[in-house]
Design a protein around this ligand. Structure first.
Ligand SMILES: [Zn+2]
Ligand SMILES: [Zn+2]
Length: 137
């Protein structure tokens, strides 16, 4: 491989090593930087609306966020809160939220509401297919 090709493969120099802009989960460039905390805030409000006992879901959510705190600071700036803690793309994080919602056995109506509100599956390659399966919006 020539020197020229090696240089071309490097990321743009404006991104330092500490501002890796890819998603830690899927490795893709994050094109819609919204941090997990901001999405989780909306999610918590939504969950408390339909469930009297959402403690299981909240426990899983808190554990997830706690486990990812160490990545804060060295990632993309969130468009919502302005803090540099967007280390996951909204798709991967809402995919996790979808999973824990589903595990809680909330039923199809609530799940399709989730998909309607938190639909970050921009390319429609993942969980939004289930929305179509449910009858869609
Ligand atoms: Zn991702
Ligand atoms: Zn944020």
């Amino acid at each position: 491989m020539s020197k020229h090709l090696l240089n071309a493969a490097k990321p743009a120099s404006s991104f330092g090593r500490e501002t890796f802009s890819g998603c830690l989960s899927c490795g893709d460039q994050i094109r819609h930087p919204i941090c997990p905390d901001c999405i989780a805030t909306g999610y918590r409000q939504w969950v408390s609306k339909f469930s009297d006992d959402s403690s299981e879901i909240m426990k899983k959510l808190d554990m997830f966020l706690k486990g990812h705190k160490k990545f804060n600071g060295g990632s993309l700036r969130c468009v919502s809160c302005g803090e540099k803690k967007t280390h996951l793309c909204p798709y991967c994080f809402t995919n996790f939220l979808y999973k824990i919602t589903k595990e809680a056995g909330v039923g199809v109506r609530v799940l399709s509401e989730f998909l309607f509100i938190f639909n970050f599956d921009f390319e429609h390659e993942g969980y939004s297919r289930e929305l179509e399966f449910f009858g869609g919006y």
